[in-house]
Ligand binder design. Sequence first.
Ligand code: GDP
Ligand code: IMO
Ligand code: MG
Length: 422
Amino acid sequence: MKVDVLLGLQWGDEGKGKIVDVLTPQYDIIARFQGGPNAGHTLEFDGMKHVLHTIPSGIFRDDVMNVIGNGVVIDPVIFQKEVDDLASLGVDVNPRLLISRKAHLILPTHRLLDAANEKEKGKKKIGSTLRGIGPTYMDKTGRNGLRVGDIFRPDFKQRYDQLVKKHCGLLSHFDFEYDLSAFEPDWLESIERMRGMQVIDSEHWLNEQLDAGKRVLAEGAQGALLDIDFGSYPFVTSSTTTSAGACTGLGIAPTRIGEVIGIFKAYCTRVGSGPFPSELHDEVGDKLREAGNEFGATTGRPRRCGWLDMPALHYAAMINGVTTLCMMKADVLGDFDTVPVCTHYEVDGEHVDKLPYVVDEGTLKPHTQDMPGWPGDQTGVRTEEELPKTLVEYMAYIEAKIGSPIGIVSLGPNRLQTIIRK
Ligand code: GDP
Ligand code: IMO
Ligand code: MG
């Protein structure tokens, strides 16, 4: 069997959690392959709304195993809180969750380093979620990190102390005050709890499951435009958010990748700093934020809003090898008579239809084309046949430009507000 990958094609928050939850009944295993608690994946069903950060979005369904792959970074405190929150909803996580021995641990000092770095950057800050993601991946590639498998070593505490000492040395170079003792006891207690969970060599397990005919869906976090290589560097996250990340983050060969499901909003949002060519700085942007309830699921920050950016979407689809598209939040545009789409940019008077290396607001002008909107409330639409003609035309335009079909349209946050197209 092959692994299908579901990932974001924009700057994150496209609605990955919702669609993974919708698709989970078609799979035996849901596996996260990168990122960490910088992610906030929202699921809504049965009158309940729940946000997951580290745990895969298949966790609510019976008979499905969930895997936190080696490419993920885990903050044990946030993770145990997620486990407890799920327990209070009646979900016993332990029997249905496997954690890779090779996943890296976020230490309290990684979070402090993240905050110190951002403070020092001042106006040039990345707008990080301050979850310690960058420093943890730096320790991973710098070959200093602690991994989940290390918690079972007799000298784990010494290893931890050694790394903390190193971090404190680094922190002393910043104008930054902190009190580590406020975080350490919780962290160590959460590690203790993790020792009682199912920690495995997930790359072996996953490949064996595939050999046995099990169906696996890899759940991405963040989005292609936040990718460490292909995002708007340095305003990116520190992991490979593209389909290639599913291989390295799970131990799956490229030949074992099946469908690549790329999710995008019918418009664009971004939270944090960095280039956003089609951003709306006016009241139209505010209207989109309000209509789409565009506030971060992890940090609560208002998301920047703008129109759909075709060159950026094309780029994201290309680097991911997208086979199916999934369009989210089409209902949010029900307040607009016309829906502009960014078709290309103008840079120094030149027509540019590829995302350029430098995206500078001063020199790059987005060009938009007005598309007829689909005014009205679409949140009750349940079948493809009921979709407004103009919305179908909007999708046909995108399909033609990107060269992949839109297999799923989402018209509201609830599980039921989803149309799987024929
Ligand atoms: P993720 O990080 O990609 O999983 O996305 P988030 O959960 O951070 O953000 C998506 C937000 O949009 C959440 O609040 C969802 O409940 C909501 N949402 C998802 N799909 C739709 C949709 O089709 N319409 C509307 N109005 N909201 C949606
Ligand atoms: P999900 O999985 C939206 C953004 C941050 C910041 C940049 C770097 O919910 O789509 P980091 O904390 O990774 O060092 O922050 O990336 N960012 C996200 N934006 N959705 C996310 O995840 C994000 N994870 C990180 O806002 O600009
Ligand atoms: Mg999110």
